[in-house]
Design a protein around this ligand. Structure first.
Ligand code: TYM
Length: 383
């Protein structure tokens, strides 16, 4: 199977060593991991499981962002989510991690909601449909608990008139040929698509300080392009901190996708649905028969339940080691490892539902989008 990784599509089993070269990024070094670990300690926080297990594994200029932070220079975070489908737990990863980084760096955060992107890229999607999805996405993002005074969440269709001058400067720096080479546009691509990269780059210029972008590696092409012209516009080249994809429930090929909701864990799934989906669809590294499994053991390297537990759920080193040993020796069965995963997912979703409710009660979204300190300053800012 061939592998494709673009900002819109991930197909096939991803070879991250190869992708790193193709995408022009580097691994996160031990020095970077150690710095973030030390910083966490200073703030009374644990090292994040996504760092400990190297789910966040690659970067551009992370060293520069770290150095600026050490030197007391301004660093700001930027990430985003394009409404156009249901949010699944893979989508939570960059947001959970961004909150952690905001706690560590105590800095401003910009969250772009490109409510134009999927409209332009998905043939049958209408603006009305996006509007519905957007409202539920916003509630999910508000549930993460960012700092309300230092976070600005904006939708492109609403903030466009404010950021238009900055967008113009950006768009003028990107030629059609650069956009085509980076994103594979064709003669049949609509011109909204061709223009879209400028819009995703604009927020990297919201401040003069160092922009650091946490996201999965699929989004990096935009930010690689930004580096070609940022300094010419008088800004810093952006830095990124990039994660691997949470694999699809159905196997290590590709990333989890909401296009087949029966096979992705959606943020709206009830405990029973989670149980059914995991039991039915989670790709197992277990053996065909009980005898064979007991004899040869399960294969953790392809078992989705193990992979998910390792990468995002089981923080405790001894416990993940125990699960690894029990499962690969055949003592633990596929149904048993799935049961552990089901409980973890349901705990996460339960916590998410509670936080969503609290965010509503505290009007957090209003603060992020309009009334918080950073939001207000952005609505008054002249670019
Ligand atoms: P979108 O809405 O497709 O995805 C939102 C974020 O989730 C990440 N992601 C995943 N992470 C781990 N495992 C997965 N299976 C998985 N699937 C998606 C994406 O990398 C992304 O960080 N064009 C963007 C929206 C955007 C943006 C940005 C993203 C606008 N500005 C700045 C990052 C940074 C998009 O369509 O993301």
């Amino acid at each position: 199977m061939t592998t494709t990784v673009t900002p819109w599509d991930v197909e096939g089993s991803v070879d991250y060593d190869k992708l790193i070269k193709e995408f022009g990024v580097q691994y996160i070094s031990d020095e970077h991991y150690n710095y973030l670990k030390e910083l966490a300690k200073e703030k009374g926080l644990e090292e994040h499981i996504f760092l400990k297990r190297k789910l966040f594994f690659a970067q551009m200029d992370l060293g520069k962002a770290i150095q600026d932070h050490k030197d007391g220079k301004p660093v700001f975070l930027y990430t985003g989510r394009a409404p156009g489908g249901s949010m699944h737990i893979g989508h939570l990863i960059p947001f959970m991690f961004t909150k952690y980084l905001q706690d560590l760096l105590d800095c401003n955060l910009y969250i772009q909601i490109p409510d134009d992107e999927k409209f332009l890229f998905k043939k049958d999607l209408t603006l009305d449909k996006i509007e519905e999805m957007l409202l539920s996405d916003l509630d999910d993002i508000a549930a993460i608990g960012f700092n309300p005074e230092k976070t600005f969440i904006f939708r492109n269709t609403e903030f466009m008139s404010n950021m238009y001058p900055l967008y113009l400067q950006t768009a003028k720096k990107i030629t059609f040929s650069q956009a085509r080479n980076t994103f594979g546009f064709e003669n049949s691509s609509n011109i909204g698509q061709i223009n879209y990269p400028a819009l995703q780059i604009v927020p990297t210029f919201f401040e003069k300080g160092q922009c650091l972008i946490p996201c999965a590696i699929d989004q990096n092409p935009y930010f690689l392009l930004q580096r070609d012209f940022a300094t010419k516009l008088g800004y810093n080249k952006n830095a990124t901190i990039l994660s691997k994809f949470l694999t699809a429930l159905t196997g290590p090929n590709g990333k989890m996708s909401a296009s087949d909701p029966s096979k992705a864990i959606l943020l709206t799934d009830e405990p029973n649905q989670v149980k059914k989906k995991v039991n039915k669809h989670a790709f197992s590294g277990g053996r065909e028969t009980l005898e064979e499994h007991r004899e040869k053991g399960g294969d953790c390297s392809i078992d989705v339940a193990y992979q998910w537990l390792y990468n995002i759920f089981e923080e405790d080193e001894k416990e993940i080691q125990r699960i690894y040993e029990q499962y690969s020796s055949g003592n633990m069965l596929s149904g048993e490892i799935k049961k552990i995963l089901i409980e973890k997912i349901n705990n996460l979703l339960e916590k998410h539902r509670t936080q969503k409710q609290e965010a509503k009660e505290n009007n957090l979204l209003e603060k992020y989008m309009k009334t918080g300190e950073l939001a207000q300053s952005m609505w008054n800012k002249k670019f």
